[in-house]
Unconditional design. Structure first.
Length: 401
């Protein structure tokens, strides 16, 4: 088979796509990976045919553009952000995916590129497979994760998910159909029940809901990158880890553009002043300042190597970080900012492997100390699945049929 894997976003959004593409290649299939340029290093290491979707996700987040500043300051999905992303490089993305899809048997696309991929697969007459890293199917069990909503009445969960899906569909179809008209093509025909879905998360974290109605949705488990056998920790990091008790990790990945970053960092470091701390700089540059003696700054380090060496993990609860934390067996202290992060924080809490979440908009050193005290009492529970193999089997079944 020849498969195109495409999607867009931060590291947590693109690494699973790299993992799936690498798994398909190991299984003997031809693969083209089309995604954000930030995935290029991993794709090159794994020998993948890599193409870039124009426009950097990091520049959007760090510049606070396309409505991101509204979403991260409020903790809720911004309609301006949705509308801007729906119009972002639409024609260029369609053209990039279409060029990669020459001779392809199917296209696997994650959320932000799935409509662009649908435009391509409609013209080429090949299957579209939707890859979801966060739940979106309507259910009574929880609010729609991407909304950032929490604590709404249970009876509102399902209609809220339906409404948000309708708004997203309207926004993306509008941009796609504008380009299709420019290209002299008919409108996009997309019936979601006809599109198989790969649900790339742990069924331990989010089991299937009894009221899902989609006819072909498979929870595969998370898609994890194979470890780089040549990677070695920096000497200063190895020395810090060897010099004392396991540290508390603090890192928020791609969460940049948040006005309260400095106050949050200061509250965290004050609350953790009696402990050894690893502070990950991330896209917000958290470690770009003078730090106390108990705090060691760290750049990019593979989470599957680092997290098991820590005493607790303070993180934003992006889907990828959440799964790595759950897999490590080390308790989490969630600090969810926006979108699906409150949802993942609640899943970790429900499993008994995380403290109550901290509110990044109301930083408190005493709340940090309380959360760490709670986290250190939690039982160790390791969540492990081989999601890539399950996904490959499902893709082979779809193409064969």
């Amino acid at each position: 088979m020849r498969i195109v894997v495409t999607g867009y976003g931060s590291t947590g959004d693109t690494q699973p796509l790299v993992a799936l593409a690498a798994g398909l290649r190991r299984a003997g299939h031809q693969v083209v990976l089309v995604t954000d340029h930030g995935a290029e290093a991993d794709a090159s290491r794994l020998g993948l045919d890599f193409r870039v979707l124009p426009g950097s996700a990091r520049s959007i987040v760090t510049a606070g553009s396309h409505g991101w500043d509204e979403a991260i300051s409020s903790g809720r999905a911004s309609m301006r952000m949705l509308a801007a992303i729906a119009r972002f490089n639409t024609r260029a993305w369609i053209e990039a995916i279409d060029a990669a899809a020459e001779g392809a048997d199917a296209v696997v696309a994650s959320t932000l590129a799935v409509y662009h991929a649908a435009s391509v697969t409609q013209e080429r007459g090949i299957p579209l497979i939707f890859a979801q890293l966060q739940p979106s199917l309507a259910t009574r069990d929880y609010p729609p994760p991407a909304s950032g909503l929490t604590g709404i009445p249970r009876w509102l969960n399902r209609p809220s998910a339906t409404a948000i899906a309708w708004i997203g569909d309207l926004s993306f179809r509008s941009g796609i159909n504008r380009v299709r008209r420019e290209l002299g093509r008919p409108g996009l025909r997309l019936v979601w029940d006809d599109v198989p879905i790969l649900l790339a998360w742990s069924p331990v974290l989010v089991p299937a809901s009894a009221d899902w109605t989609h006819p072909d949705a498979t929870i595969t488990g998370p898609w994890r990158l194979p470890a780089d056998p040549g990677w070695q920790p920096p000497a200063d990091l190895a020395a810090f880890l060897a010099a004392g008790e396991p540290p508390v990790y603090v890192g928020f990945g791609s969460m940049a553009g948040f006005a309260g970053t400095t106050a949050l960092r200061d509250a965290l470091l004050e609350g953790l002043s009696a402990h050894r701390v690893l502070l990950s700089s991330g896209w917000a540059g958290l470690a770009d300042t003078d730090l106390p003696d108990n705090v060691h700054p760290v750049g990019w380090v593979p989470h599957d190597w680092l997290f098991p060496r820590c005493a607790a993990i303070v993180h934003h609860c992006g889907a990828g970080t959440t799964h790595q934390a759950a897999r490590s067996g080390v308790p989490s202290i969630p600090v969810p900012f926006t979108l699906d992060q409150p949802f993942w924080a609640s899943r970790l809490r429900t499993l008994g492997i995380a403290s109550a979440p901290l509110n990044p908009r109301r930083p408190s050193a005493s709340a940090v100390r309380d959360a760490l005290a709670e986290a250190t009492t939690l039982r160790r529970r390791v969540v492990v699945e081989d999601g890539v193999s399950t996904a490959i089997g499902t893709i082979e079944r779809i193409v064969a049929s």
